[in-house]
Design a protein around this ligand. Structure first.
Ligand code: GRG
Length: 305
């Protein structure tokens, strides 16, 4: 494994940093998603329920620490981190709806449509998605309007029909086709990888990174996103509902082709570890400044929730 010579992964130190950054992101979202006292107040109650309670905040961490590679003002990076998490939370709310995965448990609590109702959950997802773009477009996100436009455009691409939403459609029709490994990898690159890629690239966009640095960030995000999904599949097959805060054994129950169903548990574990090492290799050029990102690659593969 290649990294700065003094580097070693300390799970305890990483956990503390992840929790602290999660707290910063939650506080930023609390301000950006204010309570609404009007008759339509139930909408913001559902938005805040879906966005502010729980979650590992992996994507905001990636934005914050890729931005730090380029000495971006942390206040700007935090707004982008909050916007990325808003899109992630919207995707979870919509994914849990009866028309999609029909789940009743998320982040250890009733899903948004169970806590409120289906119509409110759909609108809460819509409100999170649109607010994310509004935040990116505002001056506080970056003084250079061209940077703000690039942030908006790349998020639209990552979250849209050729990214996360397209991946979700592929997932919904997957049971009609016998997906092979490369098709499962494509589905997951779009569905889960799209936003993880954006989280990493957004730090580079904020920092006006060079093409070669962006290329390295993209390589890191690609390998990390696949490792993340393989571990997600492993946790679905072998994990603990209480620790995960969501239902398990969904994939097998729905007869879905996943990395685990195609490779088996042991090979999936080996593949996730290989991807972790490959992801870390992509960071060599950033030297020890990228240690927080190296930590994330370890965490993604070791996680139990
Ligand atoms: C409905 C538009 C739309 C998209 C849904 C990303 C997605 C597409 C659905 C989420 C469902 C899911 C379980 C995807 C697999 C990987 C994933 C995104 C897991 C959840 O992310 P974590 O583990 O969750 O980062 P927390 O709660 O920690 O934020």
């Amino acid at each position: 494994m290649a990294h700065s010579p003094a580097y070693s992964y300390d799970a305890g130190v990483f956990r503390k940093r992840l929790e602290q950054d999660a707290e910063f992101t939650t506080r930023a979202m609390e301000t950006l998603l204010p309570i609404d006292e009007g008759p339509e107040g139930q909408l913001m109650d559902a938005v805040r329920y879906a966005a502010l309670l729980g979650g590992k905040r992996v994507r905001p961490y990636l934005t914050l620490h890729t931005a730090a590679l380029f000495n971006v003002d942390p206040k700007c990076a935090l707004r982008v981190a909050a916007a990325v998490e808003m899109v992630h939370c919207y995707s979870l709310v919509h994914d849990d709806l009866p028309a999609m995965d029909d789940d009743d448990l998320r982040r250890g609590k009733p899903t948004c449509h169970v806590q409120f109702d289906e119509a409110t959950a759909i609108l809460a997802g819509d409100a999170l998605l649109t607010r994310a773009f509004e935040v990116l477009s505002e001056e506080g996100t970056h003084q250079d309007a061209m940077v703000r436009v690039a942030l908006v455009k790349e998020l639209a691409k990552s979250a849209g029909a050729f990214g996360m939403v397209g991946g979700q459609m592929l997932d919904l029709v997957a049971h009609q086709h016998d997906l092979d490994m490369s098709e499962v990898a494509r589905l997951q690159r779009m569905k889960t990888g799209g936003l993880i890629n954006y989280a990493c690239m957004s730090g580079g966009i904020l920092g006006k990174a060079s093409d070669s640095a962006m290329h390295k960030l993209h390589g890191f995000a690609h390998d990390l996103g696949l490792a993340f999904q393989i571990v997600d599949d492993l946790l679905d097959a072998t994990g603990n509902e209480e620790e995960l805060g969501k239902r398990t054994n969904k994939d097998a129950g729905q007869g879905k082709a996943t990395f685990v169903s195609l490779m088996g548990i042991d090979q999936a574990r080996d593949q996730a570890a290989r991807l972790r090492d490959q992801a870390i290799d992509q960071l060599n050029v950033f030297e020890e400044k990228a240690d927080p990102l190296r930590d994330m690659a370890h965490f993604v593969v070791n996680r139990v929730s």
